[in-house]
Design a protein around this ligand. Structure first.
Ligand code: HEC
Ligand code: HEC
Length: 446
């Protein structure tokens, strides 16, 4: 998988090589033709006049003795050496050629990756975190007339799994046009941003270089689910909860006593592991829509950040309002957020699946869009493609912005039709078919 720029360079290099080869072949053929014509038609004609007249001052040539020994040997060795060069060196050279070509491709990719990394640190890391591990950015929301309503902090997604959900071309689209009205601005020239096509290629190459392995992705998804249920699991296991509290207190009490501190830390680690296993069991024991709800709300790996209003941000008061002094407008995040001042009507209500960057999924919207759970799951598996309809009769308006969450086959950018509605490019899935079925079970009940 190489960026468009690399692919282009690759193609260019190949055609330059072919052109050179053609030029050499033409020179060789023309040269040989001239040689033949000269020897057969011209030099081969009988000599005019006697040898003495034609070469009156010719020196006596080498003796037969010399010609048949040292001279002959020299010619034979020269011929052998040339044969060795042609017979051995040329094939050897060509044997190494694919390696040299691959080396050049790797070299250019490394160049792109390292330039992309520099750009990323300069332009993107302030929001997406160093190494693209995720972060937050401070911003504000305003009413339609542009009046300040509230200061908020926006969760900025880690990019280490972005290419599990989007194709290279979809990432290019996000970089070119941004994601209004979120703080992700347009960066590429097509969207009026400052970056050239090559700089965007370099960034995509860099994003490719930071993708986690499929096993790591599965692990991250699970870790994030476990974090969500932590409080519930502790509440359901008061005995484990109090042992964990005690162990943590023992770590604090041990202070500088090394042996005691080590033993206490080991105890905390063992209990954390027990809590983890209990949590995994807890998640397995939930029914499908309940597990689906957790997966739906699973941060960067879930759906709520695009489909639930306010899910991507939290209020950060108090805020100064020009001319009115400090006022606390709202605090907190998610469902528990508390709108303090009288701006409630301007702040969207937190309704799970109520629609944000992605459409509203509640009140049977998805049932109307997808007759069957299988068709619905197929869409979540492969996402949308720009300009391609989805859902029953293809009435859904694909913008290429709904990510693909599962594994699929075919090349989406090359318009290869996948078994379901839409396209994909053979990437490994971020979610398993079972997890997607759980989400669909939850979503169809919204
Ligand atoms: C001002 C902060 C900010 C900066 C700077 C920024 N981004 Fe973003 N970016 C965001 C936010 C916020 C989102 C998620 C928007 C949302 O909630 O849908 C995002 C989304 C993305 C996504 C989509 C990820 C996904 O999983 O949905 C990509 C890819 C991306 N940014 C790449 C970049 C690159 C590359 C740069 C640097 C050229 C950059 N961003 C600079 C804030 C920023
Ligand atoms: C990066 C933002 C984003 C994320 C994350 C996201 N979606 Fe979407 N979703 C969209 C957009 C945008 C659309 C509209 C189609 C388009 O523009 O391509 C959409 C459309 C849909 C639709 C079709 C709705 C309709 O009535 O047409 C369903 C169903 C859906 N998403 C489910 C999910 C599920 C399930 C998840 C999580 C596993 C999810 N989405 C995560 C952005 C997102």
């Amino acid at each position: 998988m190489f960026g468009g720029g690399i692919a282009l360079m690759h193609l260019f290099a190949a055609s330059t090589q072919r052109n050179l080869g053609m030029a050499i072949a033409v020179v060789a053929i023309v040269g040989f033709a001239i040689y033949l014509i000269y020897n057969v038609l011209w030099a081969g004609r009988g000599e005019k006049g006697s040898e003495l007249e034609l070469a009156p001052n010719r020196k006596p040539y080498l003796s037969d003795e010399e010609l048949e020994t040292s001279r002959l040997d020299l010619a034979l060795v020269g011929g052998l050496a040339t044969l060795v060069i042609i017979g051995v060196a040329l094939p050897l050279y060509w044997l190494g050629e694919p390696g040299r070509q691959q080396g050049y491709v790797d070299y250019s990719r490394d160049q792109f990756t390292s330039r992309g990394a520099e750009q990323f640190e300069e332009r993107c890391a302030s929001c997406h975190g160093g190494g693209g591990l995720g972060g937050t950015t401070a911003t504000s929301i305003a009413d339609d007339a542009g009046n300040f309503i509230a200061a908020i902090e926006w969760e900025v997604p880690a990019l280490t799994t972005a290419l599990y959900r989007f194709s290279d071309e979809e990432v290019r689209h996000i970089l070119n046009y941004g994601r209004p009205p979120t703080p992700m601005q347009a960066w590429g020239a097509p969207g009026g941003g400052p970056l050239t096509t090559q700089q965007v290629d370099e960034l995509i190459q860099y994003i490719q270089s930071i993708q986690l392995s499929p096993e790591q992705v599965r692990g991250e998804v699970l870790d994030s689910l476990i974090l969500q249920v932590r409080d519930d699991v502790l509440a359901a296991n008061p005995e484990l909860d109090s042992r964990l509290e005690d162990a943590k207190a023992a770590v604090a009490a041990a202070g500088a006593e090394e042996a005691a501190a080590e033993a206490a830390a080991r105890e905390v680690a063992a209990l954390e592991q027990e809590l983890r296993e209990t949590s995994e069991q807890y998640i397995r024991n939930l029914n499908s829509p309940e597990r689906g709800e957790l997966l739906f709300n699973n941060g960067v790996y879930g759906c709520a950040r695009c489909h639930t209003p306010r899910d991507s941000w939290r209020f950060t008061g108090p805020e100064e309002k020009p001319g009115e002094g400090p006022v606390v407008l709202a605090r907190g995040s998610g469902e528990e957020a508390e709108v303090v001042a009288g701006f409630g009507s301007l702040i969207p209500a937190y309704i799970p699946g109520g629609g944000a960057f992605g459409p509203n999924l509640t009140n049977g919207a998805t049932l109307r869009q997808f007759d069957t759970a299988g068709g619905h799951a197929g869409f979540v598996t492969i996402g949308s493609q720009e300009g391609v309809g989805y859902g029953n009769f293809g009435q859904g308006d694909g913008g290429g912005q709904m990510p693909a969450f599962g594994e699929c086959v075919g090349d989406r950018d090359a318009n290869e039709q996948s078994p379901y509605y839409g396209f994909c490019d053979g990437r490994p899935g971020m979610l398993t078919p079972g997890q997607i079925a759980d989400i669909v079970a939850y979503e169809r009940g919204l």
